[in-house]
Design a protein around this ligand. Structure first.
Ligand SMILES: Nc1ncnc2c1ncn2[C@@H]1O[C@H](COP(=O)(O)OP(=O)(O)OP(=O)(O)O)[C@@H](O)[C@H]1O
Length: 615
């Protein structure tokens, strides 16, 4: 390990970020203070925890407070905290590289101008906002570990920084900002006071500005609901979620049994995972009597709830609970169950009381509900109730729940039907709805394979079977459901036998069976999967871009359709064109099923068909 002055290059992404930061607009600049204060508070939170769990912490008596020192003469602002500090390796790791892919994506979009700078705090790169106001940043830091050496990190925000060992520092971090000419206001007390109040009102430690305390420390979640204003809630949300906007939903509750806890949860306005920023980290912090036990706890809530931000505080938790014991602690399970259950109930209530807002929620966060319904067995029933779908009978863009569907069912209808397709238009243009339309039965539209997966896992809902409309063996089980038999000019049984036998031969290994359909009204033919339904195969095709993933099909033909009758006539005349026509009927049915077919074969066949038609 080197101990002298070392000059190091910033990682490419950080250089890009600094470029943007340095040229940021004045109106954006003040958020730098929030970022530095929030880092300081995090570092002290860690010290508090280490001390409570009996770790050996250097300079154990330092009061846990953040000090801001503003000097209008030297145009400097110093932000200091007695937090855990960093040793040399940590310093280089934390303030020279970016590990999280989401942060890299964020920087890329910032550079393209398609992302708002204010979100910087949510992407783990908040420290660099210091360069919005400073043309030189010096950071002195000493780790809490008794054996560690102090260090000075320094940079002017261009391509590189220096690190050097520095003796005689006390524990924690001190950041000296040499303010740029256009940012000298940030050495003025009144400016700083205003910014602390605006952005950092909920820091759980005293913030001292030139020796004077400028914030009130409070754990909002422990207060009584009716003593808290909306503004306070929103400010608190902004603080804990590093957000600049207001939350979409808020849930504040306490419970005594089966476990004593207080919780304040928020659903943000936006889903960053949705925007392609990579997987979200959990957003709920675990406290015991206002002491942070675990930040962004992975164990306290199910994985699908990672979009929720907030706090859970339970006095029953032992302070020294470790990561390992967390996972299998019965207490943690109890908290998990209580909070998840309450949150699910809350969403259900919101869906009823504020359907429009719930729709906004579902549009953005529905992916998590579906993920939970697929993976979280314990809460599947509640989660499925929160899922929303369009259906044949809803207007485009309007949603219903499975419960709505069941309520609207005719008495004699025994099952809930659903069909999968990439869009409403594609589903409605396809042949799968024909029989349902003719019988006046509603069909739920699923868009994603995960929805089909969940419905097939469920098997039934409120005592009704869940049945996919493209299921090969479809028994609508309605009184008076007669077989669709021959109209006047329909093909005879004999002709149908001959035609299906020939089609089976003509299509070879592409089909397992060719039969007469009971479900078609307008389309000449339909394909069904011998393995159940097609939604999984469609997804596999899309993911693997492999046309052969689908396997053979069951082909059903419509005995009343003119095209099928004509096909039979051609076959009877031994016209070789019958083969081409049969293949194209089959391929069309596969396209209508949303499957990807081989375009090369198709194009040649279509030319042959055109040629004949143009004769
Ligand atoms: N005052 C500090 N004391 C100790 N470590 C710090 C301090 N400030 C920053 N760090 C370390 O540097 C890392 C990077 O800080 P940065 O602000 O860029 O991102 P972050 O704190 O991880 O994310 P966010 O800004 O969203 O809180 C932190 O995770 C922390 O490990």
């Amino acid at each position: 390990m080197s101990s002298g002055v070392e000059t190091k290059e910033f990682q490419t992404e950080i250089r890009q970020l600094l470029d943007i930061v340095i040229n940021s607009l004045y109106t954006d600049k003040e958020i730098f203070l929030r970022e530095l204060i929030s880092n300081a508070a995090d570092a002290m939170e860690k010290v508090r925890y280490l001390q409570l769990t009996g770790a050996d912490v250097k300079d154990g008596d330092l009061p846990l407070e953040i000090t801001l020192t503003a000097d209008e003469e030297t145009h400097t602002l110093t932000v200091a905290d007695p937090g855990i500090g960093m040793n040399r390796e940590e310093l280089v790791e934390n303030l020279g590289t970016i590990a999280h892919s989401g942060s890299k994506e964020f920087i890329k979009r910032l550079a393209e101008g398609t992302q708002d700078f204010k979100l910087i705090g949510q992407f783990g790169v908040g420290f660099y906002s210091a360069f919005m106001v400073a043309d030189k940043v010096e950071l002195y830091t000493r780790s809490y570990r008794p054996e560690a050496e102090g260090c000075l990190w320094s940079s002017d925000g261009s391509g590189s920084y220096t690190v050097e060992d520095t003796p005689d520092l006390v524990r924690g971090t001190k950041i000296i900002l040499h303010l740029k000419e256009d940012a000298r206001d940030f050495a003025k007390e009144e400016t700083l006071k205003r910014i602390v109040k605006q952005y950092s009102g909920f820091v759980p430690y005293p913030v001292l500005l030139n020796g004077q305390k400028v914030n009130t420390v409070q754990a909002l979640w422990t207060k009584n609901k009716n003593e808290i204003t909306d503004e306070e809630y929103n400010e608190f949300y902004k603080y804990i979620a590093n957000a600049y906007d207001e939350p979409l939903f808020r849930l504040h509750f306490s419970s005594d049994a089966p476990i004593s806890l207080q919780s304040l949860l928020f659903v943000p306005k936006e889903n960053f995972e949705h925007w392609g920023f990579g997987r979200l980290d959990p957003g709920v912090n675990l406290y015991c009597k206002k002491v942070l036990i675990q930040e962004q706890s992975k164990d306290i809530l199910p994985e699908w709830m990672r979009f929720v931000k907030g706090v859970i505080d339970s006095e029953e938790l032992p302070l020294n609970i470790s990561r390992e014991t967390m996972q299998d602690s019965a207490l943690v399970q109890k908290i998990n169950k209580a909070v998840t259950g309450r949150f699910l109930k809350f969403l259900d209530e919101q869906a009823k009381s504020e359907p429009e807002k719930y729709k906004e929620f579902y549009d953005k966060f529905g992916v998590f509900i579906k993920e939970g319904a697929a993976n979280d067995f314990g809460h599947r029933n509640e989660l499925v109730k929160l899922m929303r779908f369009e259906s044949m009978k809803t207007e485009a863009g309007k949603f219903i729940s499975l419960s709505d569907y069941v309520q609207n069912m005719a008495e004699e209808q025994k099952a809930v039907y659903y069909v999968n397709g990439p869009s409403r238009e594609v589903i409605e243009a396809g042949p799968y709805l024909e029989i349902f339309r003719s019988k006046g039965l509603d069909v739920i539209y699923t868009r994603e394979a995960i929805e089909d997966y969940v419905l097939s896992l469920m098997g039934e809902f409120e005592g009704k079977k869940l049945i996919s409309a493209d299921q090969a063996e479809l028994d609508l089980d309605l009184p008076g459901q007669e077989e669709k038999t021959e109209g006047e000019e329909s093909l005879s049984e004999e002709a149908l036998n001959a035609l299906t036998a020939w089609l089976k031969e003509a299509l070879g290994s592409k089909v397992t069976e060719v039969r007469v359909s009971k479900r078609l009204a307008d389309s000449p033919a339909i394909v069904l999967s011998p393995y159940g339904t097609y939604s999984m195969q469609r997804m596999m095709q899309l993911v693997n871009r492999d046309l052969n993933q689908v396997g053979p099909a069951i082909l059903e033909i419509n005995r009343n359709h003119p095209l099928i009758k004509r096909l039979y006539a051609l076959h009877e005349q031994n016209d070789p064109f019958a083969q081409t026509a049969a293949e194209q009927v089959f391929e069309n049915a596969r396209i209508a099923a949303g499957l990807i077919v081989d375009p090369r074969e198709m194009v040649n066949r279509l030319y042959a068909i055109l040629e004949r038609a143009l004769k």
